[in-house]
Every structure is written in structure tokens, then in C-alpha cells.
Design a protein around this ligand. Structure first.
Ligand code: F6R
Length: 591
């Protein structure tokens, strides 16, 4: 939701380095940005509204001197998007500055109390209570910084990670249900929300656990808990995350990530050794539940269909944000398949924790192997699709599908025919489908610019792809789009269809084909414009996007590609930055 970074070095100026780090983590939030550095015993803050590069152009962050600093990109929760609400926030005496990620649930009460004690607040954020609390305790405990940090953490309620800088050069951080990682370089230390914040400088990291507090002083770190007990955490060598975070020849990360899909397709299968163990948990479970949010939820829907169809395993898919309302009915010995690109989505983590309380086994499918979800799971399968920077999930969706297909293949005695020949063909099919790029661009350019609604139809396995396609269009182009189970059309949605509607039908030739053609007739007779995605053309389609002929159950993996490309070109048509849609953040770490 927000990204936080702290840096304490010996030789390099902090500000330019912090700007670079924030650019790498901007996917986490991008409505405002700020930096604080410490120079000659004085803390200097510069902050403003906009994306990192835009604000940097105006404020010229590099002008802030000092080899110690903190930085932040914001995704507003409490308090509007304004310069004042941007982080870092100062204490009254300007001796302490803080950047924060998460939500302080009891901030109102704390703010009232601190205000009565004479503290003056300058923003509407929940975060600002932190520097004031640190200031209060520093005064009370005669500048015993460690004690002040501990007391501050003890009084805060909610999920948070923060990094604070003190005018004596001390940096501290705390991790309570939001990620915080120490990066250890030769002559510098980092505190960051994501390894991407320091990966250019070091691949040595310490993933702090919940409740860990860290201080960095004299270029040494020390980790302790809320009871001031020393804590030792292992140093990890970060591996895949070293993948490229540059756009290369592409105009946007999103387009690059769409085009990367053939090359990462089988990474998730070939680079995991734990499929057998994962499947064993499913086989031994009394009940199987699947959970995830957004795109990952759509992968879950497909997983449910495939498990039922091929492995004859019954499962229930529950959106992570809804999971808490049914968790009391969870039977012991259930298996929860939690799907999440980031492994940090608060709704997913919350669902999993609820399930764990009921004795369930947690099987996760994630991209970030070091994420919070990975660390609370009993079995983990990793997408290995490299960093996904575009806020909209594209290649991670395909990565999730491949893991799901392989799991179902193993559980069903190879009924999904994922042998080497078919794997190779799938890669070629996706490559061929990507060649639709120009055609889709033309179709999109000819669409009415005032287009308000897009409907996407599919049955059975294709329904989850219809939902995923509509989510991509909503978030990338800000156009209302709806995925509809084609059979449900006549039970209500048909009333919406008229000559102004655009309907995309996902209709490869399989058991659903004839029924979807019937629905297409019904739509055509209401005058709607129809785009068909299929391996077979039909006179009903105004535009036809041909996908290669495939094995029936493999079509979903291919048919999502034209929808991703269409969402991308629609975003350009609507003059939206596809990499950073408004109001969204890649890692949604608040509930
Ligand atoms: C859609 C999108 C979001 C995420 C959702 C879950 O393009 O990116 O809907 O899928 O926020 O995120 P993860 O998978 O990280 O848990």
C-alpha cells in the first residue's frame, strides 16, 4: 500500500539512492512521495503529491544533503492526497521524522491525548501519531531511544511497519503485520518494505518477523522484541527477485509482462520441487478451500473447476475478504489453498490466520517466496515469474494457472496431458496469440471513445477468464466491464444489452461452444457489437480474434491473452497509465 525505505551509509549520499529505491517500489502506492535526510544534526524533509519522477523533477530531492535518510511513497488511507499528508512526518521539535505503512487503528484516541498534552498535528494521517509518541517517550525516558521505540510500539494498535530517523543519526524500524526487511550491503544498511528497495546494492537480506524492532546505529543493526529481548534472524540470500525490473523495449511494464508470458510459462512447474508434498496435503484433507483476492481469486475459481472435473475433488472458493465470515464452520483437517502474487495481501493473510486457528493446513501459491504468506504456510509453490511491476496482474495469473494445472494433473493421474509435447505447443500457442497485438490495437482504435460498458461472456472454465478479462478492463481503462456466465444472460443481464453494448464472447470449440453461440444470437438480435475469441470464426462476430486450436481444457491459458492486450490498448485509448491505475496499489496490505 505504501513503501517505506531507510538508509544509513558511510560513503554515498542518501537522497538520490532513496529516490531510486522508491521508484522500484512505486507499485506499492504512488499518490505522493517524500524523503527526509539527516545532516549535521538536523533533519530535512521534502515531499509532495505525484509520482516519484514527477515530484523529484520539481523538488529535486538530490539537493537534500546527508548519508542517512528515509523515504516513502503513499497510497492514501487516512487523510486525502496532499503535500501535508505525504510522509515523512515530523515530531513537534523536528528531531524525529517517520515514514509508515499500514493502519494505526487507535490513532484518533492517541491524537486526542497527545493534542491535550500540547502536541501539534499538521496532517490528517493516522501515521503522524508515531513521531509524536516517539518524541513524548524520548522526553519521558531522557532520550533512551530504544525504550521510546518499544513504548511507542506497545501503545500502537493495528497493522503497521514504520521507519524513523532521529537527529542523532539513529534509524529504527518496527514490523507489526506489515513487511519490513533489512538489506545488508558492505558499507550501508537498508530498511525496506520490499527487497526491490535495495536489490541494486545487495542481495543479503533479513526478513523481520512480526513484532521485531530494529535499530541501526554506527552501521550496526540490532533486533529485539517488544520486551527488549534480543532476537536473532537469519541472513537470507535473495534469489529470483534479481530478475529485471526495467521496461526494456516496451512502453510499459504491463505490456512487457504480457509479452513475457511464453518465456515464464513453465518456470512455475520446472522450478518447484514441492508438488508432491502439496498434493499430499490436498489428498489427506477432509475438505479443500481455495482463497485469494482479485486476479488470484479468479485463478482459484478455475482451480475449483479443474479439481472437480479431472481430480474429482470437491472444493469451495471463497474470496479472502469474505473468508472471515464463514471461518467458524471450517472443519479440522481442512486444506486451504491460498493464492497470492505478492503473498502480502492483508485479506489473504487474515483468511489464512483464521483458518490456521481452526487447525487447517495452509498450501500457498505465491510469487514472492519470502513473503509473509510463504512464512505461515505448510507447503509453498512459487510462480518464479520474476518481479511483476505493472499494478495489474498479468504474467502472475498465467504463472498461477500453470501451477494449478500441474497440481490437478498430478492429482488426476496425468489427465491434463501436460507432457513435454503439449507444453511446447502451449508456449507456441501463446506466442501466436501475442501476434494478435496489432489487430487488437486496430479494433480498439475503432471502438467508440465514449464506450461505457463491456460485457465478457464465457461458460465453465471460460467464465473465470471472463471475470479476469473484465477486471483487467476495469482497472486498466476505467471502463465498466462485467464477466458473465453465458448461461445466466437470459436470467437478467440481457436487459442491459442494446446497440451501444460491446460484448466479447470467449468461445473456443469445446463442450460449451453451442450454448455460447445461442447466447451470441440473443445478443446479436439486440444489436450489440460482438468480438469473438475462438479457434473458429462465426458470422455472428463483428471482429474475430483467432486463438490456436488446443486441447479443450488448455484454452483458458491462451484465451486470457487477447483480453489482457485489449485492456492494455483500452487504457492507452483512455489516456490512462496502464502501469499505475488510479486509486490502486499492487500490494494491498490493508483490510
Ligand atoms: C488485478 C490485481 C489485483 C490482485 C489482488 C490480489 O489485476 O492485480 O486484483 O490480484 O489485489 O493480489 P495478490 O495476488 O498479490 O494477493
Amino acid at each position: 500500500m505504501c513503501s517505506i525505505i531507510g538508509y544509513k551509509g558511510q560513503f554515498i549520499e542518501a537522497a538520490p539512492l532513496l529516490v531510486e529505491s522508491l521508484k522500484k517500489m512505486e507499485y506499492r502506492g504512488y499518490d505522493s512521495v517524500g524523503i527526509a535526510t539527516m545532516n549535521n544534526g538536523k533533519i530535512l524533509i521534502s515531499k509532495g503529491v505525484g509520482k516519484v519522477a514527477e515530484v523529484d523533477k520539481i523538488l529535486e530531492f538530490a539537493k537534500l544533503p546527508g548519508q542517512i535518510g528515509i523515504g516513502h511513497t503513499r497510497w492514501a488511507t487516512h487523510g486525502g492526497v496532499s503535500d501535508k499528508n505525504a510522509h515523512p512526518h515530523f515530531s513537534c521539535n523536528s528531531d524525529i521524522a517517520v515514514v509508515h505503512n499500514g493502519i494505526i487503528e487507535n490513532y484518533q484516541e492517541l491524537k486526542e491525548k497527545l493534542s491535550k498534552e500540547g502536541h501539534i498535528f499538521k496532517s490528517q494521517t493516522d501515521s503522524e501519531v508515531i513521531p509524536h509518541l516517539l518524541e513524548k517517550y524520548c522526553k519521558e525516558f531522557n532520550n533512551d531511544y530504544k525504550k521510546s521505540i518499544i513504548y511507542t510500539c506497545k501503545i500502537l494498535k493495528g497493522s503497521f511497519a514504520f521507519v524513523a530517523i532521529f537527529k542523532n543519526g539513529l534509524i529504527c524500524g518496527a514490523r507489526f503485520d506489515e513487511p519490513l526487511i533489512i538489506g545488508i550491503a558492505n558499507s550501508a544498511l537498508f530498511l525496506s518494505s520490499d527487497v526491490l528497495g535495495f536489490l541494486k546494492h545487495t542481495d543479503k537480506a533479513i526478513f523481520l518477523d512480526n513484532g521485531d524492532i530494529v535499530t541501526i546505529d554506527n552501521n550496526k543493526y540490532s533486533i529485539f522484541d517488544i520486551n527488549n529481548k534480543k532476537v536473532i534472524r537469519p541472513i537470507t540470500q535473495v534469489a529470483w527477485e534479481l530478475g529485471s525490473t526495467e521496461k526494456g523495449k516496451y512502453a510499459h511494464h504491463t505490456l512487457k509482462e504480457i509479452h513475457e508470458q511464453p518465456s515464464i510459462l513453465f518456470n512455475s512447474i520446472n522450478k518447484n520441487n514441492d508438488f508432491q508434498q502439496f498434493c499430499k496435503f490436498i489428498k489427506n484433507a477432509s475438505n479443500v478451500y481455495i482463497t485469494g483476492s482479485g486476479t488470484s481469486y479468479h485463478s482459484g475459481l478455475l482451480a475449483k473447476n479443474l479439481l472437480a472435473k479431472f481430480a474429482k475433488i470437491k472444493s469451495e472458493v471463497i474470496m479472502s475478504s469474505e473468508f472471515q465470515y464463514m471461518s467458524d464452520t471450517l472443519e479440522t483437517n481442512s486444506a486451504i489453498i491460498a493464492i497470492s502474487q505478492s503473498g502480502e495481501t492483508a485479506d489473504v493473510i487474515h483468511a489464512v490466520k483464521k483458518a490456521k486457528e481452526h487447525g487447517s493446513k495452509i498450501l500457498s501459491i505465491i510469487n514472492i517466496s519470502t513473503s509473509s504468506l510463504a512464512r505461515i504456510s505448510d507447503s509453498v509453490l512459487v510462480l518464479n515469474c520474476g518481479p511483476e511491476i505493472g499494478v495489474a496482474a498479468t504474467k502472475s495469473f498465467i504463472g498461477q494457472l500453470m501451477i494449478i494445472y500441474n497440481v490437478v494433473n498430478l492429482l488426476s493421474g496425468n489427465q491434463l496431458s501436460l507432457n513435454k509435447i503439449n507444453q511446447k505447443k502451449l508456449v507456441t500457442d501463446i506466442e501466436k496469440t501475442l501476434e494478435l497485438d496489432e489487430k487488437i490495437k486496430t479494433i480498439v482504435s475503432m471502438l467508440d471513445s465514449e464506450i461505457k460498458d463491456i460485457y465478457i461472456l464465457g461458460r465453465s472454465l471460460h467464465y473465470s477468464i471472463a471475470l479476469e478479462g473484465s477486471l483487467k478492463i476495469k482497472e486498466l481503462a476505467y471502463i465498466h466491464a462485467e464477466g458473465i456466465a453465458a448461461g445466466e444472460l437470459k436470467h437478467g443481464p440481457l436487459a442491459l444489452i442494446d446497440a451501444k453494448s460491446l460484448v466479447i464472447v470467449i468461445n473456443p470449440v469445446d463442450e460449451t461452444y453451442k450454448d455460447v453461440i445461442s447466447s451470441t444470437h440473443e445478443i446479436k438480435s439486440r444489436g450489440a457489437k460482438i468480438i469473438g475469441i475462438s479457434n473458429k470464426n462465426h458470422e455472428l462476430y463483428d471482429n474475430y480474434l483467432q486463438i490456436p486450436e488446443s486441447i479443450d481444457h488448455l484454452y483458458p491459458i491462451v484465451e486470457v491473452i487477447p483480453l489482457q492486450i485489449m485492456a492494455y490498448y483500452l487504457s492507452l485509448k483512455m489516456q490512462v497509465d496502464p502501469d499505475y491505475p488510479r486509486n490502486l496499489a499492487k500490494s494491498v496490505t490493508v483490510k
